[in-house]
Design a binder for this molecule. Structure first.
Ligand code: FMN
Ligand code: SF4
Ligand code: SF4
Length: 295
């Protein structure tokens, strides 16, 4: 069904801003009048860009409400402040024995939902664990499942099947990165040291339907915004590369976490109030940055 688009001719000043931002090119100006042009298989995706730019609130998209749009501040964050904030963020692996207030977690979520999205409708889902019994169970399950996986990988037939299912690249990542890391984490677990979740008092799991568009990118972008927002709120955080793959391979654990079978976990952020304070920023650069000047 096509989304209804209403333009109020009484208040529209014909500025054309809505047409200039319409992501689907449905809006077109015709002698200072906005027209809705609909092509066979294009329809409004309710992105709301037109409503967010209209100076007179004259365009209304079915399903959207001006009351839900927040007025943007005039002063943007300066690069100096942003750089200062970003460069002071470090992954935190040591947390204070203090829970995170839900209002603080909700702020992290609000910020994470502002990340770019590959395509509408929005497909990022978030599961938050902030109760000790759930966090302890996730840790126990992670240790158990990785131990089981390491045991299974000793079997050459299991290795052949895994390689076929995972594909060459994923299998290489598993054998050369995930399994060696898991071995170290499990050895630590045997010695009573939790380097899977670092006893973080909250875990944010970003998941979504395996078949939905750009779900991996969307989850990662949302999680990246979350880690920055967490830092701005005085929280420490760290991504867990060990939890998503092992949970995705274990239906029973996935179900315990309330993740639907058709979904995968794509990113997992551990959060808590930091027990350490870094004094210096680490110099960090991309492997390579170039401008294409000549062929
Ligand atoms: C995809 C991804 C997975 C990660 N997984 C882990 C992990 O399982 N354990 C861990 O200690 N750190 C993990 N990290 C954190 C990185 O080790 C950390 O970001 C890196 O050392 C750089 O440090 P910084 O975040 O303080 O700049 C992960 C980071 C990313 C982006
Ligand atoms: S909501 Fe988006 S796609 Fe629909 S008319 Fe407005 S700008 Fe175009
Ligand atoms: S942005 Fe608003 S005022 Fe401007 S042409 Fe579109 S509907 Fe009319």
């Amino acid at each position: 069904m096509k989304t209804r688009i209403n333009i109020n001719p009484e208040t529209c000043i014909g500025c054309g801003l809505c047409a200039s931002v319409c992501s689907k090119k449905i809006l077109k100006m015709n002698h200072k009048r906005v027209e809705v042009v609909e092509y066979a298989d294009w329809s409004c995706c309710q992105c709301g860009l037109c409503m967010s730019i209209c100076p007179t609130r004259s365009i209304l998209i079915e399903g959207l409400n001006y009351n839900d749009f927040v007025t943007l501040p005039e002063n943007e964050v300066s690069f100096t402040n942003l750089e200062k904030m970003l460069s002071s963020r470090r992954s935190i692996r040591s947390f204070r024995d203090r829970g995170i207030e839900r209002e603080v977690l909700n702020k992290v979520i609000i910020a994470s939902a502002m990340s770019p999205i590959g395509a509408l409708p929005i497909n990022v889902q978030v599961m938050i664990l902030d109760e000790k019994k759930h966090l302890d169970e996730l840790y126990r399950d992670t240790v158990r499942c990785w131990n089981k996986m390491m045991q299974s990988m000793k079997n050459p037939i299991y290795r052949i099947i895994s390689r076929r299912i995972a594909g060459a690249n994923q299998y290489h990542a598993l054998t050369h990165h995930a399994l060696p890391s898991a071995r170290i984490c499990c050895e630590n677990a045997n010695n009573g040291k939790n380097v899977f979740t670092f006893n973080a008092p909250a875990v944010m799991i970003f998941h979504g339907s395996k078949l939905s568009v750009c779900v991996v990118e969307n989850c990662w972008l949302a999680a990246s915004y979350a880690t920055i927002a967490a830092h701005s709120l005085g929280l420490g955080s760290i991504f867990s590369g060990m939890i998503p793959p092992i949970v995705n391979m274990n239906k029973e654990v996935k179900r315990k976490l309330g993740i639907p079978d058709e979904n995968n976990i794509y990113s997992c952020l551990l959060l808590g109030y930091p027990a350490v304070e870094f004094k210096r920023k680490i110099p960090r650069k991309h492997k390579e940055v170039m401008y294409l000047n000549k062929f």
